[in-house]
Design a protein around this ligand. Sequence first.
Ligand code: PLP
Length: 384
Amino acid sequence: MAIRRVYLDYAAATPLDPRVRRVMAPFLVAEFGNPSSVHAEGRRAKQAVEKARQDVATVLGAKVGEIVFTSGATESINLAVRGCLQTALATHCHVVSVATEHKAMLRALEDAGCEVTLVPVGEDGVVSADAVLAAIRPDTALVSIMYVNNEIGTIAPIAAIGKGVRKMRRDSRGIYPIFHTDAVQAAGYLPLNVDTLGVDLMSLSGAKIYGPKGSGLLYVRSATPIAAQIVGGAQEHSLRAGTENVAAIVGGASALQFAQQEREALSARLRPLQKMLIDGIRKIAPDARLNGSLTERVAGNINVSVVGVDGEAVVMYLDERGIAASTASSCTSSSSTSHVLRALGLSDQEVEGSVRFTLGHTTSKRDIRAVLQVLPGILSLLRI
Ligand code: PLP
């Protein structure tokens, strides 16, 4: 008999929501027109892209001209960082970010050729708004702080940082610093209104909110100086050249609408399951450490360290028993250590013994019970 699979890696990938698939379906088959074409097929494709742009703008409280569709969040982050710094470098050559950012951000900053201040996080994984604001200098071009961490689910005080940045800009009568947030892992759980958050740039991905892979966007507040990084045609307000992926655009927009409409209900449903898993793990392994704040944390994330076991081995044994979990983010699991857990001050053994469970749409009590049932055996097998 095939074992029932329990999927607890929703921060890495989410299945396509059937409602989103229905929205996308025509654009994968019959409606194949190029949005730049003047004929009826092209006009229908253009209409679909512009409706998606309007829908996204409404969700974010943005203007329709402020949405740039991309191939995902990695491209969106690269456009934000490189595009912003390219226009600013002559006068402003400093960036403020945090040590726990996604690799897409950290790598883009490494290549940027300007000085970067990575503000440390507390041992609870949360960055303080005051520490971020204190790191800003007169030559700071960009402040980029991720909204929710992909490995430990912690929430950053984006609105407080946005308020501080705006005040500094008003006081100096300047356009800098520009404030960007990677909101990929926040979209399913937290509000995204760009004015409330006070952001100038925001990166989102459809792939983490039950939309298609290869869908994403950058919100660009009007009058924010930014240079295109993919050049060619005049698509996406000349900020992202290339024929639009219409199916991905309409799918990503639809996924974002559902994610924001349903985020409170999802959080309310997942909170007790998150607690059940944390409490259950603590019962099985009283020395287990929850990585990241318990309170400043989205409902879908549980990241724990058990000293004396190898997290990768735990994940492999769980997989054998029908459960999909992960060690760190899907993007860092190939390298052996997590820069996020290190930034929290964890020891080598704690980093090595970490496992991440991320819950989602279909997660049930039965799934959590399945984990708690197999975990004692796996841990005693692996404990040194
Ligand atoms: N930022 C965060 C916080 C993420 O979790 C991810 C995906 O792993 C990305 C950026 C990159 O997103 P994408 O895969 O859409 O390029």
